[in-house]
Design a protein around this ligand. Structure first.
Ligand SMILES: [Fe+2]
Length: 233
């Protein structure tokens, strides 16, 4: 019998991203929402052809299914994958891009363009979903997806994501998703390698930094090279 899916460890303490994302938000988001997707996925794949598949295989195999049960499997598997990716897109530590990623950012128009693009995509996503920095043919691009959809299921390499489901920000920002994305009117900062998402953010030590992942030329969204200092786990 295949072991049930496990909730991946959070790569930092629940209060590590405060005040941008509070410990209370992380506690609910990781401990309740993410955990529920993991538990439900294990229950609904039991006894099916998906039971022995790896998570990414399940996501890809069900991404375009019209079958009601497979849609439910996709929604939960996608959300497990997306949240694993989200926690690893955020870090309290700063890092700087280098090498191919640095060159790709410059070609895209610079770090500010990346940051603005992510914030815009996240703000414009209607309803629940995700904003993504992706890599296509070595070039950066930004897209948004609804619900549990992700670029990986379409064979596109994801480098970074921001969760824009309400559960990601409601306790801290209520319905003000742009504040979560920009921190523009809050004494909080959501940055990308030390760069803020929006204008008007108070200066001071940055508490929450999004960490870029770089395409490694392998499987789409295969374990990516993490830049800068980060736990190797
Ligand atoms: Fe979420």
């Amino acid at each position: 019998m295949t072991a049930p899916f496990k909730l991946s460890p959070l790569p930092y303490a629940e209060d590590a991203l405060a005040p941008t994302i509070s410990a209370k938000t992380i506690s609910f988001h990781y401990g309740k929402h993410h955990a529920a997707y993991v538990k439900t996925l294990g229950e609904i794949v039991a006894g099916t052809k998906f039971a022995d598949m790896k998570l990414e295989e399940i996501v890809r195999a069900t991404a375009t299914s019209e079958d009601a049960k497979e849609k439910k499997i996709f929604n939960n598997a996608g959300q497990v994958w997306n949240h694993d990716f989200y926690w690893r897109s955020l870090t309290p530590k700063q890092s700087k891009p280098s090498g191919k990623l640095k060159a790709a950012i410059e070609e895209f128009g610079g770090e500010d363009k990346v940051i603005e693009g992510l914030a815009k995509a996240g703000a414009e996503q209607f309803g629940s979903g995700w904003a993504w920095l992706i890599s296509k043919n070595g070039k950066l691009a930004i897209e948004k997806t609804p619900n549990a959809v992700n670029p990986m299921s379409k064979g596109v390499n994801a480098l970074l994501t921001v969760d824009v489901w309400e559960h990601a920000y409601y306790l801290d920002y209520q319905n003000a998703r742009p504040k979560y994305l920009s921190g523009a009117q809050e004494p909080a900062e959501l940055g990308l390698r030390g760069r803020e998402f929006g204008p008007g953010i108070p200066s001071g030590p940055r508490r929450c930094v999004i960490l870029l992942r770089v395409q490694n030329g392998g499987e789409p969204s295969a374990p990516a090279v993490f830049l800068g200092d980060r736990d190797s786990s």
